[in-house]
Design a protein around this ligand. Structure first.
Ligand code: 5AD
Ligand code: FES
Length: 353
């Protein structure tokens, strides 16, 4: 039994596979009236095109969460400044470098430096740090994920050797953006930052949460339209998961089903895009990361932060892998990925356009 609108979905899925684009209204229909049949079809096609470009390789990035101080107050995020019970920490430069060294030995060739928006890390300090990492590991890519900064700052960090930048747009709908963020943050500025990063020359990543409060098939369609036109090198999506010390403590989490459906769609919109199967996806389902890969994702971002700080980088509740050492996660992922017929590779994992 399927309603008339559900019958529109398979033809749209097939059209997406052929043309890599749909109208805003069509994306909305594809999401709102999705069926298990369409999900299976999109996943199969997504896996096919991903295989053509990347074979069965899965890229890994070593994530170093180097500070959880944040001047922002995003309503969904556990390290927002008004969360007084967050235990704040900062890693010293030496500690960050030690994480990279350990990661290198484990086969990582990309390091992602992530933090809250922490004023303690000046351009000068970050530039020196990036130079030291690139000197020690010239065959590695450095990715920054440190939020909104000025054009001049982004330029300096790029000159110092940073290769990539992740800045999730969070939602491409301005009104929705404003319900997720405090007044002093602006949707326009976030989008300007993404354009600046691209213009400077970074391999640029955007992304959004799935199931964030107030999200609708319409706002998701806007996200897809944005990805279609921006063509990011990377797109990070994962389920929203409530954090108990935030205004969204009682909101529902996003689902594995919708996250995987969107991963397949993103793969078909822009076949070469680097798509992580996120820790958040692994948090809401013990097989979530495998399901993400099987839906079309091709990147994993395990944690390289020292175990002592892992629990403190507490964006959402029940985050996985806070007790394990970097080497344990590496081994665990190796086994999980080979069990589904893929292979983790020792490679920078650049986009193959
Ligand atoms: N649930 C899921 N993802 C979250 N992020 C922040 N808070 C949450 C949450 N409660 C995501 C945001 C941010 C990225 C680093 O983590 O999308 O850009
Ligand atoms: Fe961390 Fe499995 S990936 S324990």
């Amino acid at each position: 039994m399927s309603l008339p609108m559900h019958e529109a979905v398979m033809p749209l899925a097939k059209q997406l596979k052929e043309t890599h684009a749909l109208s805003l209204a069509e994306y909305e229909t594809l999401i709102r009236y999705r069926t298990p049949e369409a999900a299976a079809y999109l996943a199969e096609e997504a896996v096919k095109v991903r295989k053509e470009i990347y074979g069965n390789a899965v890229f890994v990035r070593g994530l170093i969460e180097f500070s959880n101080y944040c001047k922002n107050d995003c309503l969904y995020c556990g390290i927002r400044r008004s969360n007084r019970s967050a235990e704040r920490y900062r890693l010293r430069d030496e500690e960050i470098l030690a994480c990279c060294d350990e990661g290198y030995g484990l086969g990582f060739r990309t390091f992602v430096l992530q933090s809250g928006e922490d004023g303690a890390y000046s351009d000068e300090r970050l530039c020196a740090l990036i130079r030291r990492i690139k000197e020690a590991h010239p065959d590695c890519a450095v990715t920054l994920s440190i939020g909104e900064r000025s054009f001049a700052s982004y330029e300096k960090l790029y000159q110092a050797g940073a290769d990539r930048y992740l800045l999730r747009h969070e939602t491409a709908d301005q009104a929705h953006y404003e319900t997720l963020h405090p007044k002093e943050m602006s949707f326009a500025h976030r989008m300007e930052c993404l354009q600046a990063l691209r213009q400077i020359g970074y391999q640029t990543g955007c992304g959004f949460m799935v199931g964030s409060p107030g999200q609708t098939p319409h706002t998701l369609a806007e996200d897809l339209k944005f990805v279609e036109s921006f063509r990011p090198d990377m797109c990070g999506i994962g389920p929203f998961i409530p954090h108990h010390e935030t205004p969204f403590a009682n909101a529902a989490a996003g689902t594995v089903e919708l996250t995987c459906y969107l991963l397949s769609i993103l793969r078909l919109i822009y076949p070469p895009v680097l798509l992580p199967s996120t820790t958040a996806l692994g948090t809401i389902d013990p097989k979530g990361r495998e399901k993400g890969i099987l839906a079309g994702a091709n990147v994993l971002m395990p944690n390289l932060s020292p175990r002592t700080v892992r629990k403190k980088y507490d964006l959402y509740d029940n985050k996985i892998c806070t007790e394990e050492e970097a080497a344990e996660c590496r081994g665990c992922l190796e086994a999980r990925i080979s069990a589904i017929g893929y292979k983790i590779v020792t490679d920078r994992g650049d986009i193959r356009k």
